[in-house]
Write a protein that binds this ligand. Structure first.
Ligand SMILES: Cc1cc2nc3c(=O)[nH]c(=O)nc-3n(C[C@H](O)[C@H](O)[C@H](O)COP(=O)(O)OP(=O)(O)OC[C@H]3O[C@@H](n4cnc5c(N)ncnc54)[C@H](O)[C@@H]3O)c2cc1C
Length: 401
């Protein structure tokens, strides 16, 4: 099968779907390839931040979006021994939805897919896996893909690699991101949540362990932060030992740790922080995790990917519509997004290497870090964490059509 579109996007994650929908909304013909048959993936970025909802508002889609089931997180709390510090309060942000909406990522992606279907130039091809780049005299001119096992070639003015942190197209282009390291990995699992639970979303820091609980309505989404590479050792020590270490950190009825009845319920996230030096080649652009994987610190992943997509749509729609896209246009996307990405990653690395590594290495109770005490003690600085997490550095906005 051979086809031709203006833009072919590999990867139907937050970055690829948002870019596809925005371009199609402006009349650009787009095909998004997603290798899976659906968007169902547990334990992904389920945190939709105020910055993303503000863009949905600018698109006129916020009310529809908020009709989907979600939980609102208005503040973030850190617990250090017996000390509780509310380090982010989103209620002051100058946006329409000043809170984090906890929503399964598949609901968000299905929502974008439904919006995309309203535009005639939007094509979403599920079970279609990009396997190689098609090039002509040094320029990428299309993608070779497997669609339900059948080979197809799509030619395009622009190929966008939004195929995630293990990007196939990045490997095809021979690009390797710089790896900035991470001292931890994360084990994700669920515990039952009762309507009577009074605890809220929080991160608990203790000697040698960090435990995060996110209120997801009828369950707690829990993250057990462990020293890098120790997952196998923890599993080898047995489920009972794991349940006991979870129970030791639970501020709710500790017997609920017994709900983890199999290792199949525990999902390992290997934390990575990396970034490509160049996000573009002639005819090819990398966005989202394919260009830069981020740490889960701050839960900003999905939202920064959506911002990549919005920046790319803002910068590329006009040249695409004029059939005049150049390599310089693609480099402008990197120029726009590299600074906020670099700064966010630096901040994450700082927190990883001080607060997180410090807590994981500590033998006894952990005190709140100095930076956090300063931030929360000085009124002028108190609003900074909510701004950095909720909006990010230089947030993007939907350009008028
Ligand atoms: C366990 C886990 C927990 C996380 N928790 C959070 C969180 O709490 N908050 C947060 O903000 N972020 C979190 N993240 C990160 C967040 O999910 C990612 O940063 C975000 O999804 C990246 O978006 P993306 O569109 O760039 O890539 P992805 O979401 O990885 O999407 C890439 C898509 O491309 C598809 N694909 C891959 N290869 C191909 C191919 N060759 N052809 C076609 N399709 C392909 C994949 O199936 C996938 O759907 C988490 C990630 C993981 C793994």
């Amino acid at each position: 099968m051979e086809q031709s579109v203006q833009v072919c996007i590999a990867g139907g994650g937050p970055a690829g779907m948002m870019l596809g929908v925005l371009l199609a909304r402006s009349g650009v013909s787009v095909a998004v390839f997603e290798k899976h048959a659906d968007f169902l993936r547990d334990f992904r970025g389920d945190t939709i931040h105020p910055s993303t909802m503000q863009m949905l508002y600018e698109l006129g889609w916020l009310n529809d979006f908020l009709k989907l089931p979600h939980q609102k997180v208005r503040t973030l709390t850190g617990v250090f021994g017996t000390k509780r510090i509310k380090f982010a309060d989103f209620s002051h942000l100058p946006v329409k939805a000043p809170y984090i909406a906890m929503m399964p990522q598949w609901d968000f992606l299905n929502f974008l897919a439904a919006k995309g279907q309203a535009f005639p130039s939007f094509k979403l091809l599920m079970q279609t896996q990009a396997v190689d780049l098609v090039t002509d005299r040094g320029r990428v001119t299309g993608v070779r893909a497997l669609c339900n096992g059948a080979e197809m070639v799509i030619s395009a003015d622009l190929v966008v690699a939004a195929d995630g942190r293990g990007s196939t197209l990045r490997a095809c282009a021979g690009l390797v991101p710089n790896d900035y390291g991470a001292p931890m990995d994360v084990e994700w699992f669920r515990l039952p949540r009762l309507a009577a639970d009074t605890e809220e979303t929080q991160a608990r820091f203790d000697g040698g362990r960090i435990f995060i609980m996110l209120n997801r309505g009828d369950y707690w989404q829990c993250a057990f932060v462990i020293p890098k590479g120790r997952d196998a050792e923890i599993r080898a020590a047995g489920l009972a030992a794991f349940q006991a270490s979870v129970a030791a950190l639970l501020p709710i009825d500790t017997t609920r740790a017994a709900a983890i009845s199999s290792w199949d319920q525990v999902y390992l996230l290997t934390v990575k922080v990396d970034r490509l030096q160049e996000w573009a080649r002639p005819g090819l652009l990398f966005i989202g995790d394919a260009a830069h994987a981020m740490s889960p610190v701050g839960g900003v992943g999905v939202n920064r990917r959506v911002q990549d997509a919005v920046a790319a749509a803002n910068l590329l729609t006009r040249p695409l519509r004029a059939n005049a896209l150049t390599f310089d246009d693609l480099k402008r996307v990197q120029a726009r997004r590299e600074f906020p990405t670099r700064m966010t990653q630096r901040l994450q690395l700082f927190l990883q290497n001080t607060v997180i590594a410090g807590s994981l290495a500590a033998a006894g109770p952990v005190a709140p870090p100095l930076a956090l005490r300063v931030l929360t003690a000085i009124p002028l600085l108190r609003r900074l964490p909510a701004r950095l997490i909720g909006l990010g550095i230089r947030p993007e906005h939907i350009a008028p059509r």
